[in-house]
Design a protein around this ligand. Structure first.
Ligand code: NAD
Length: 261
C-alpha cells in the first residue's frame, strides 16, 4: 500500500472489465475514492465498485463515452460532485478491430482512433484543465500497449493510436512538468482480459502468444494495476513521460532469446 494515495480521488475509464476493473479494485485497496466509468456494461462497473468498497475505498459508477467532450465532462463532474476533488486520472478505455488494412473501413479506423487516441487526448485535457485551475500537482496514466513499439499487422488503427498515445504522453509530460503534473503511460503485453478472451480460448493461439513472452506466461490484470498504483503514488515522484512496460519481456525482441541471429 502507498500511504499517500489514501483518500485521493481517481477517475478510471473503461472500469467495467479487464485492466480497468483491476486498477479500480487496486485503488480501493489504497483506500482511494474511485469514479468507475463504463460504456455499456453497467453490471460490470457496479461489481467493480462493490469490490472497491469492500477493499476499503469509495466508488461511484458512471456511464460515459470517453471519445466525447460531454463524456469526459461527466467524469470530472462525478469526481467533484461525489468526492470533492480529482487527483489521479487513468485513461484506460480501449478497443481494437482486426482487419487487413486495405479492407479496413474508414468507419472502423475512426472508431478505434476515437477511443484509443482521441479519448486519451480528451481525458488528459479535462484532467489537466482541472489541475491547472486548482493549482494541483495531479497525476495522469495513459494505457498504451507494447504495440506503441511493436508493429502488429492487421491492427494498424490500434498500433497507430497507441504510437500516438506514446508521443502525446511524452509531449504533455514535458508541457506540464513545470506545474508538477506527472503524465506516464503503461504498456501492457498480453494480459488475460475480455479483449483477449476469444484468442486465449483457442489453445493454439494461446500457446503462440505465450511463446512470444520471455517469461513464458500471460500477464494478470492485477500486475498492470500494481504499476498503475506505483505511478499514481509519490513513490514514483521523479518519473514523468515514460511508458512502463508490464509485458513479461515481450518488448525485448524474444526471437533472439536463445542467442540466435
Ligand atoms: P477490455 O476490452 O477488457 O476493456 C476495455 C474497456 O474499455 C471496457 O470496459 C470497454 O467498455 C471500455 N471502452 C471501450 N470503448 C469505450 C468508450 N468509448 N468509452 C468508455 N469506455 C470504453 O480490455 P482490457 O484488456 O482491459 O484493455 C484496457 C486497456 O489496456 C486498453 O486501452 C487496451 O488497449 C490496453 N491493453 C490491453 C492489453 C491486453 O492484453 N489485455 C495489452 C495492451 C494494452
Amino acid at each position: 500500500m502507498y500511504k499517500d494515495l489514501e483518500n485521493k480521488v481517481a477517475v478510471v475509464t473503461g472500469g467495467s472489465k479487464g485492466i480497468g476493473t483491476a486498477i479500480s479494485e487496486r485503488f480501493g485497496k489504497e483506500h482511494m475514492s474511485v469514479v468507475v466509468n463504463y460504456h455499456s456494461d453497467e453490471d460490470g462497473a457496479k461489481k467493480a465498485a462493490e469490490i472497491v468498497e469492500k477493499n476499503g475505498g469509495k466508488a461511484v459508477t458512471i456511464q460515459a463515452n470517453v471519445s466525447t467532450e460531454e463524456g469526459n465532462q461527466a467524469l470530472i463532474d462525478a469526481a467533484v460532485d461525489n468526492f470533492g476533488d480529482l487527483d489521479v486520472w487513468v485513461n484506460n478505455a480501449g478497443m481494437e478491430i482486426k482487419s487487413p488494412t486495405h479492407e479496413l473501413s474508414l468507419d472502423d479506423w475512426q472508431k478505434v482512433i476515437s477511443v484509443d487516441q482521441t479519448g486519451v487526448f480528451l481525458g488528459c485535457k479535462t484532467a489537466i484543465a482541472y489541475f491547472e485551475k486548482h493549482n494541483k500537482q495531479g497525476n495522469i496514466i495513459n494505457m498504451s500497449s507494447v504495440h506503441e513499439q511493436i508493429p502488429w499487422p492487421t491492427f494498424a488503427s490500434y498500433t497507430t493510436a497507441k504510437g500516438g498515445v506514446k508521443m502525446f504522453t511524452k509531449t504533455i509530460a514535458m508541457e506540464y512538468a513545470k506545474d508538477g503534473i506527472r503524465v506516464n503511460g503503461i504498456g501492457p503485453g498480453a494480459i488475460n482480459t475480455p479483449i483477449n478472451a476469444k484468442k486465449f480460448a483457442d489453445k493454439e493461439q494461446y500457446d503462440q502468444t505465450v511463446s512470444m513472452v520471455p517469461m513464458n506466461r500471460i500477464g494478470k490484470p492485477e500486475e498492470v494495476a500494481a504499476g498503475a498504483a506505483w505511478l499514481a503514488s509519490s513513490e514514483s515522484s521523479y518519473v514523468t513521460g515514460i511508458t512502463l512496460f508490464i509485458d513479461g519481456g515481450m518488448t525485448l525482441y524474444p526471437a533472439f532469446k536463445d542467442g540466435q541471429g
